[in-house]
Design a protein around this ligand. Structure first.
Ligand code: SME
Length: 169
């Protein structure tokens, strides 16, 4: 691998955030060049996001094991809950609805699972391949209302790069 890691990105304005996510997406595409293994690519993606997106205390995947349960996958941050049923928490809501979950205050989300009491806001995105849910990508922040639609948009595009570059079997 011949990749210069990107530094912590500047997301202090809407304009900076847009440019930052473009850089993140192109770094993700470079990271996946020549590698299509899902475990390697999900691991690299988690490390890339955790080390370049500011103000996170956890970033990683929960993988869909069947139609009812998510299991902890590659991640960066503190140890976390291992199994999340589709009817529990923010990750479960994402898996159930296949919709991005943007939670400004986790304390006001019924059923939120507090793996780390430091988490105050959260963004969870579905990873759908050929119509089938493969995983959700969970980002947690210690800052209230850390995420907005620009984060959701930027991360959706980054995950598209992951999906395009990855074999899941
Ligand atoms: N916050 C998640 C649980 C996973 S941990 O935050 C890593 C949820 O409520 O779904």
């Amino acid at each position: 691998m011949d990749i210069e890691p990107i530094p912590m990105l500047d997301m202090s304005s809407a304009k900076a955030k847009r440019a930052a996510y473009e850089l993140l997406q192109s770094q993700a595409r470079s990271l996946f060049e020549g590698e299509r293994d899902w475990l390697a690519n999900l691991s690299q993606f988690s490390a890339l996001v955790f080390n370049s997106v500011p103000d996170l205390n956890w970033a990683g995947f929960y993988v869909a094991r069947d139609d009812r349960t998510l299991v902890l996958g590659p991640f960066q941050g503190k140890v976390a809950c291992v199994r999340i049923p589709f009817d529990k928490g923010v990750c479960g809501a994402c898996a159930r609805t296949l919709e991005v979950q943007l939670v400004e205050d986790v304390h006001s989300f019924p059923g939120h699972i507090a793996c780390d009491s430091a988490s105050r806001s959260e963004l969870v995105l579905p990873v759908v391949v050929g119509g089938r849910l493969r995983a959700v990508f969970d980002m947690d922040s210690p800052t209230l209302a850390r995420f907005d639609s620009e984060d959701a948009h930027g991360m959706t595009a980054a995950l598209h790069a992951l999906v395009a570059a990855t074999n899941w079997e």
